[in-house]
Design a protein. Sequence first.
Length: 164
Amino acid sequence: MTDGGSSIEAVRRLLATLVAAKPRGRIAELGTAYGDGASAMVAALPPEATFITVENDPERFQLAAQRLAGTRAEMVLGDWRELLPERGPFDLLFLDAGDAAQSAALAISMLAPGGILVKDDLTPGRSRDGDPVREALLGNPLLVACEIQTAPAAAAIVAVRRAP
């Protein structure tokens, strides 16, 4: 889908649009990779919003840090599952880490009511049943979610956390 860690243009535009809609938002990216998604989000970051991105691979972290130098992105090296839960709740989460199915419940718990979660890198047209990521996000009663096609061979899930 992303050919080794780079978000596709349609996803970058989607992220930028959602970030711009959160004027005082707390925004996080779970899995920076090379900083493509982070670059799109930080470019659209409203003045009062905050943005943190976490990457656990030191090489990718260094490359992304160079790319994001001089921006308002707060970059953290480590495991987001250990570093971000106490920093929430978040108004927007880009779940770009490779363990999305296993970590979906934790990511959802970090969302504020009305918070948005985006998960990309999906193959379009697959059934929810039997797909661990789709089951975790599209079938979760805490979320209102839909899948959108972002390119001929790519899809994303956009979900909103229900109010308690």
